[in-house]
Design a protein around this ligand. Sequence first.
Ligand code: SF4
Length: 93
Amino acid sequence: MEQPSPHVDQWVRYAACADEDPELWFPRDPHEQGYPKSVCRSCLVKDQCLDLAMAAEGSSSHEKRYGVFGGMAPADRARMAANARRRNKRAAS
Ligand code: SF4
């Protein structure tokens, strides 16, 4: 099987959400994140998708992150970013 390219314009065609309503990935109610997360779980390009979201969001707070990417909600990604910052700080000291 062909492997997804690291370039977004190449891997996006493998997205499991390609034929879904994009609004489902941006629920106002966090209790509605279950469906997009379940689709992401089986997505062939979830790692690339999550990497792209994390790079784009940088060290943004939870409130400045939107949508489900790579199976992770804004709060999940904010925690991941905070953990990465702590690891980097520890490694640098
Ligand atoms: S991981 Fe989720 S949001 Fe990202 S491309 Fe796949 S289905 Fe879409």
